[in-house]
Design a protein around this ligand. Structure first.
Ligand code: C6P
Length: 405
C-alpha cells in the first residue's frame, strides 16, 4: 500500500536539474504535474513508429495510429470505470470538458425559472461557463456556500427550487476540501437535475469511479495526472450525450454533410471535431498505466500524510493563517497566508530556495471573496513529493517573515 516517493522520483527527469543551485522542490502539482519518463517515452515511441492522422487513412500506419488513440480511450474508460468507451470524449482539458457540457446540454435544457447550482469553492472553469449559459438562457445561478473551514454547507440545500444543474468539484484546488459528490449527485437526481462533477483535482489523486459517484458528467485534465498538456477527457452518460447537440463542428464529427443539412456522427466522434490529440492520448494512456502501477489508494494515503505534516509544520510558524478543512477531510493541498507578507513575496522567497508554490487566487475568486483575501499561497503535493520538501517549504516561509517583517 505504501509508495516510495524517493524511488518514484527517479522516473521524473525534471528532478535531475537544480534551480538556484538547489534541488527542485516542486510543490505546485495542482497547477500541473511533472511527467515520468514512461509517459515521455510512450509519446516519443508513438511519434517515431505510429504517427499518422487517425480515423481517416486505410493504410497500416494510420490504422496503428488509430489503435493508439483508441487503446488510450479504453484505458481512460477503465480508469474511471465507465461502462462504455464511447462515453469517453477526448478534449483539451477539464475547462473544455465543462464548457462542452454547459454549452451542449445547458443551452438546450435551461430556461427562465430554472436554477443552476454551483458552489462557492468552484474553480472558474466550473463556474463561469454556467454563469454565462444561465445568462444566455434566462436561468438563475446560485452558490452553495462554504463554512469557515471551506467545507460545503449542504444543510440549506432543500431551500432551492427548480434546480436543473448541480455543478461541483470533487476536490477543491484552492483548499483541498474533499466534497461529498455522491451525496450531491443523489440530491440532484431526486430533483430531476443533472450533476456535473469537476474531477480535475480528484482523478490524479483518488480513485474516481463514475458509476459509484452517480454523476452525469465528469471532467478530467490529463496534465494534472502525469499526462501531457493538451488532453483531458469528459465522461458523460451515453443517454445524455446521445440527446445533446455537438459543441464544436467540422471534420470527423459528422455522419453526412450536404449543402442543405448535416447530420452528426456516433459517440464519441460527435464531440471530437477535428484532428484528435493522438500522441497526447498515448501519453495519457501511459500516465494511467503509471498511476495504476503505483496504486491510487497508495497515492491518496501518501498525499494525506504529507498534507497533515505540512499543516503541522506551518501551524508552528507565528503569523501563518491556514485555510481549509482538517487533514482527514482534505487532499494534498495546503493554502495559507503569512501576516504582513504578500503571497507573491512569499512565493518569490521560496523560489530562491528552489521551492515552487503557487500564489494567487487560484482561479477561485468567489472563494477568495468569501475568505476575505485577494490571494493565498498554495503548496500542493503528489506521488513524488517527499517530507524533506515540506521542511524546505516551512524554512522558506520562516525566512520570508525574517526578510519582510
Ligand atoms: N487548476 C490550479 O492551479 P485545466 O486548466 O482546464 O486543465 O483545468 C481547469 C481546472 C478545473 N477545475 C479545477 C478544480 C482545477 O483545479 C483546474 C485547474 C489549476 O489550481 C490551474 S488554475
Amino acid at each position: 500500500m505504501k509508495l516510495d516517493a524517493h524511488k518514484l522520483r527517479t522516473d521524473f527527469p525534471i528532478f535531475e536539474q537544480t534551480f538556484h543551485g538547489k534541488p527542485l522542490a516542486f510543490l505546485d502539482s495542482a497547477a500541473s504535474s511533472q511527467k515520468p519518463r514512461q509517459v515521455l517515452d510512450a509519446m516519443t515511441h508513438f511519434y517515431e513508429t505510429s504517427y499518422a492522422n487517425v480515423h481517416r487513412g486505410v493504410y497500416q500506419l494510420a490504422e496503428r495510429a488509430t489503435q493508439g488513440l483508441e487503446d488510450a480511450r479504453e484505458k481512460a474508460r477503465a480508469f474511471v470505470n465507465a461502462s462504455s468507451a464511447r462515453e469517453i470524449i477526448f478534449v483539451r482539458n477539464a475547462t473544455e470538458a465543462l464548457n462542452l457540457v454547459a454549452y451542449s446540454w445547458g443551452l438546450n435544457n435551461l430556461g427562465p425559472g430554472d436554477l443552476v447550482l454551483v458552489t462557492e469553492l468552484e474553480h472558474h472553469s466550473n463556474f463561469v461557463p454556467w454563469q454565462y449559459v444561465a445568462r444566455r438562457t434566462g436561468a438563475e445561478l446560485a452558490l452553495i456556500p462554504v463554512d469557515d473551514q471551506g467545507e460545503l454547507r449542504l444543510d440549506g440545500l432543500d431551500a432551492y427550487d427548480n434546480v436543473k444543474v448541480v455543478a461541483s468539484g470533487l476536490v477543491s484546488n484552492a483548499l483541498g476540501t474533499v466534497n461529498d459528490s455522491a451525496a450531491l449527485a443523489a440530491w440532484a437526481h431526486e430533483r430531476g437535475a443533472i450533476y456535473v462533477c469537476d474531477a480535475a483535482q480528484a482523478a490524479p489523486h483518488v480513485r474516481v469511479d463514475v458509476q459509484a459517484l452517480g454523476a452525469d458528467f465528469v471532467a478530467v485534465s490529463g496534465h494534472k495526472m502525469l499526462g501531457p498538456s493538451g488532453i483531458g477527457f469528459l465522461w458523460g452518460r451515453a443517454d445524455l450525450l446521445l440527446r445533446m447537440e455537438p459543441f464544436l463542428m467540422g471534420g470527423h464529427m459528422i455522419r453526412k454533410v450536404s449543402a442543405g443539412e448535416t447530420t452528426w456522427g456516433e459517440l464519441p466522434a460527435k464531440f471530437e471535431a477535428g484532428t484528435s490529440p493522438m500522441a497526447e492520448a498515448v501519453g495519457l494512456g501511459a500516465a494511467i498505466d503509471y498511476l495504476e502501477s503505483v496504486g491510487l489508494e497508495a497515492i491518496e494515503q501518501h498525499e494525506h500524510r504529507l498534507a497533515a505534516y505540512a499543516l503541522d509544520q506551518l501551524s508552528e510558524i507565528p503569523g501563518v493563517t491556514l485555510y481549509g478543512p482538517p487533514p482527514d477531510r482534505r487532499a494534498g493541498i495546503v493554502s495559507f497566508n503569512v501576516d504582513g507578507v504578500h503571497p507573491h513575496d512569499v512565493a518569490q522567497v521560496l523560489d530562491e530556495d528552489a521551492v515552487c508554490i503557487r500564489a494567487g487566487h487560484h482561479c477561485c475568486q468567489p472563494l477568495m471573496a468569501k475568505l476575505g483575501v485577494a490571494a493565498t499561497n498554495r503548496a500542493s503535493f503528489y506521488l513524488y513529493t517527499i517530507p524533506e520538501e515540506i521542511d524546505r517549504l516551512a524554512a522558506g516561509v520562516r525566512r520570508s517573515r525574517e526578510l519582510f517583517l
